[in-house]
Structures are given as C-alpha cells and as structure tokens.
Design a protein around this ligand. Structure first.
Ligand code: GLN
Length: 474
C-alpha cells in the first residue's frame, strides 16, 4: 500500500473508480499515516469515519483535510482558539457542501494560527505545527497544518484560507502547490471571517492537476455570500495543457530588491529561464507601491478582524468564563479566550477604526489599497502573468520570529498585495536550498484569470519534478 504515497489525488480517484482500491482502504491508509506522524501536529482532529458524502466527481472517494476555520456541520471547528474550543458548527460551509456533493471524504481538521493570524502556525492553542522537511522549522502559516499534512503525504490534499498569503506562504515552505483564487471566485459562506474583503478559500495540493480538479469542485457563485461573483463556472482541467508559447511573464523589479535570500532569488530567475525556454517572454515591470503593502494590509486586515471578532463575546459562541455581570463576561472571556496575536490585531484594528484615527489610518490605507490595485492594472496591460518569489526566505526556525511581530509581518511581503488587489495567485515548488528546504515561486494573474495560472504552472510542472519530492518520514 506504500505506493499510495506516490499517487496524486486524481490517480487515487481513478484507482477507486476502476475498482483497484476501495474508498475505505484509501481512507484507512491516510488515517494510519496521520496517526504515525502526530509529531508534526498538523491535525487538530481526525474522524474515525469520514463525514457523510454522497455525490460524484473526478475526485470521488479521495480523502481530504480541512483547515480548522471552515465550518463542517456537527464537527468541532475552533480556529485553533481557546475561545472556540468547544464550538460545534451548526451548518456546512458552501465549500464543504460542494466537497460532499463531489463525494470527497473529509478526514479531519488541520492546525493553523489562531483565527488565521500568522505566518508560522505557532499562534495555535494546540501548539505549533512542524515542517516535515525539518521539524525544527515552521511550516509557514496560517494554513501550516494543511501544508505540512499535504507535503508529508498524510493526506492527498487539503483546503486552506488566504487573507494575506496563508495558503501560498506555507505551500512554499513545505514544497507544494497552494492556490489563492480571485476574490469572489470561491464562496466565503461558512469560513470564519478574518478580513472579509481579503479572505479566500483555496486548495493545497502536491501538483497542478489535483489543484485544477479541486478548484472545479469548490468554485462558483453562491447566493449565501454577497461578495460571490456571479460569473460562469469554468472547467479548469481544460487548462492543464503544456503550452505557454507567447505568454508574457512580468518580473517586478521591486520584488527582487533588498531583503531577498540569494538562493531564493536564483531559484526564481531559473523558473523565468525555464518559462522562456518553453516560449514565454520575460518582461521587467514595476509595481511601485509595493513598499506600502505590508503597512496597508495590517491596517485594513486588523480593522476588519477587530470587527469580525466582536462576535466572540462569551454569549453567542464557545467559551464563557464565570463572571459577575455582562461587561465582566466580555472582559474575562475575551481575556482568557484570545491568544496574544489575536489581542494584538484587535488592539491595532480598534485603534485604526476609532473616531480620532479613522481618517489618518483606515481611510488612508483604503486609498493606498487603490494605488496598489492600479499598479497591477497597469502591469497587466503589458503582461499576462507576474512571476515573483512567494516568500523572501525559506522556512525559518521555530521561535525565530515569534517575539518580533514586525519581522513576522515582513515575511508576507510578496503575497499581501495580491489580496489587497483581489487577484488570483499560486505558489508552486521550484527548488530547494542547500539545507534541503523547499523554495516556492509565485505566479499572479488578472482578476478571474485562474486559467492562465494553471496553464503556466502545469507547463512548468511538466518539465520539472520538484512536486514529486517527499520528505523522509515514518
Ligand atoms: N500572515 C498574514 C497575517 O498574519 C496572512 C495571514 C492569512 O493569510 N490568513 O495576517
């Protein structure tokens, strides 16, 4: 059965369809593998029997893991927060309903930074998840549990959420494919909100084929989400073609300037070279407002987070601390229930939204957000996709940045602008450092042009084998 490790999700589905493998066997294989590798702390919970799922699709019968912030009816969904540690979801997120209707087998929930605040999965009430390539290092965050699990082949694929890079950055740290769809492409109904104007759910897979098939299942208009885009459903598997002749690839000067690790820089330049060899043209471009992205994001993201987190008040959901009177319930429950990073975001957001500072911070950040979007609009007049590193460094050591929030925030520098602009982007494995740590490259496309990302990424994957590398584990 060891060969299941080298199979992609779609190959497992084919074996199931042909009767070579039963759904139960596939499920117990991965369940067993999760059990053997609990030292990665990638999962919050696993289910002895999969969540009931009836339908059919190209991925029917394949097990999948879900980040602990996406609601599954009747299951404990906690956002890795003490304040929700006893919370049972009353309904299915739209993506969960779609997975069930597609016959996928939900195996459990994955570890994450509390409420998706973080870049390392160290801010979890369950303790940090570990990087399977080096367990002294972080898997990235906030979807670090999903990324570690997929990289270690504890599961063929998983869902994560991305507000400022939380699918792409852990995908790059763990050597897998992490896809953030265009804002509005995937319903946010049932995703516990962090920054409502930034959040998107997306797949973490080992390869682009599984990525396209999973996107097919989770994408599409949903009347339960007022920001869901009323656009036609696409068949992304049609973009799995090895052909990028004439593709115009932009490389932004600002992303290769200061602060980037040399090994990463040369790996990305090599991706450019390979794309060129396959017929693409490489063009230098400018995204002049890049340097303001991190500051802008932390104002807007924290403002939205502070507002979204108001609902966790000790009355409506989860934890309630013993207290005397209403105000005391709020104070005690939120004081005990939220971790440090969540409190930091609530302070930052509440401050930016307060009447005295609203114009100076929040409104100003909205204006800069527009400029960042305009940079991309200009760039996409000249190019079809933009190639960048996903992160300025490979996976860092546990504890290395946890006492210095600013340096942690800077690790999102290449991913954050994409969320501010609402664009689709993907991180995929493109090399490893001399310490054998994965390196990720990012491709960004125009609004709702996921197809070009899949075509370009798949074309790259056809001539490389970084996506086949598996860390040594039990
Ligand atoms: N690391 C970023 C943050 O802490 C992004 C998180 C995310 O995408 N959820 O806000």
């Amino acid at each position: 059965m060891d060969n299941l490790l080298n199979l992609t999700g779609i190959q497992i589905a084919e074996d199931i369809k042909n009767g070579k493998l039963s759904e139960t066997k596939a499920y117990s294989f991965f369940k067993e593998r999760i059990k053997k590798n609990t030292n990665l702390n990638a999962f919050v919970e696993t289910y002895d029997v999969p969540v009931e799922a009836g339908g059919n699709s190209s991925l029917k019968g394949v097990p999948i893991a879900i980040k602990d912030n996406i609601c599954i009816k009747g299951k404990r969904i906690t956002c890795a927060s003490k304040i929700l540690s006893s919370h049972i979801s009353a309904y299915d997120a739209t993506v969960i309903k779609r997975l069930k209707d597609a016959g996928l087998k939900i195996i459990g929930t994955t570890n994450m930074d509390e409420f998706a605040f973080g870049s390392s999965t160290e801010n979890s009430c369950y303790g940090p998840a570990k990087n399977p390539w080096d367990i002294q290092r972080v898997p990235g965050g906030s979807s670090g549990g999903s990324a570690a699990a997929v990289a270690a082949r504890l599961i063929p694929f998983a869902l994560g959420s991305d507000t400022g890079g939380s699918i792409r950055q852990p995908a790059s740290f763990c050597g897998i494919v992490g896809f953030k769809p265009s804002y509005g492409r995937v319903s946010r109904y049932g995703l516990i909100a962090f920054g409502s104007s930034l959040d998107q759910i997306g797949p973490l897979t080992t390869n682009f084929v599984d990525c396209a098939h999973l996107l097919n299942i989770i994408c599409g208009f949903d009347e339960h989400d007022s920001t869901s885009a009323p656009i036609e459903k696409k068949d992304f598997s049609k973009s799995l073609v090895e052909d990028i002749k004439g593709l115009k690839v932009g490389m932004p000067r600002q992303y290769f300037a200061k602060g980037i690790d040399e090994e990463i820089k040369s790996a990305i330049l090599e991706v450019g070279r390979i794309l060129k060899e396959k017929g693409a043209t490489i063009i230098d471009i400018d995204l002049p407002h890049t340097e303001y992205a991190v500051a802008t994001y932390y104002i807007i993201g924290s403002s939205e987070a502070s507002s979204n987190l108001q609902r966790f008040d000790g009355i409506k959901y989860g934890l309630r601390e013993p207290a005397s009177g209403l105000l005391d319930v709020y104070k005690k429950t939120r004081g005990v229930g939220f971790g440090d990073e969540s409190k930091r975001r609530i302070f930052l957001g509440t401050y930016s939204l307060s009447s005295g500072y609203y114009d100076a911070y929040y409104v100003r950040a909205l204006k800069v957000r527009k400029l960042i979007k305009k940079d991309f609009d200009e760039a996409f007049k000249k190019v079809d996709v933009i190639l960048t590193p996903t992160s300025p460094t490979p996976a860092f050591k546990m504890g290395e940045k946890s006492t210095d929030p600013l340096s942690m925030y800077l690790s999102d520098i290449y991913t954050i602008s994409v969320n501010l602009a609402g664009l689709p982007a993907v991180s995929f494995p493109c090399g490893s450092t001399k310490n054998n740590l994965p390196i990720g490259a990012q491709l960004i496309a125009k609004d709702f042009d996921e197809e070009t990302l899949i075509r370009a990424g798949y074309s790259y994957q056809c001539v490389t084998d970084y996506h086949k590398r598996i860390p040594d584990l039990k």
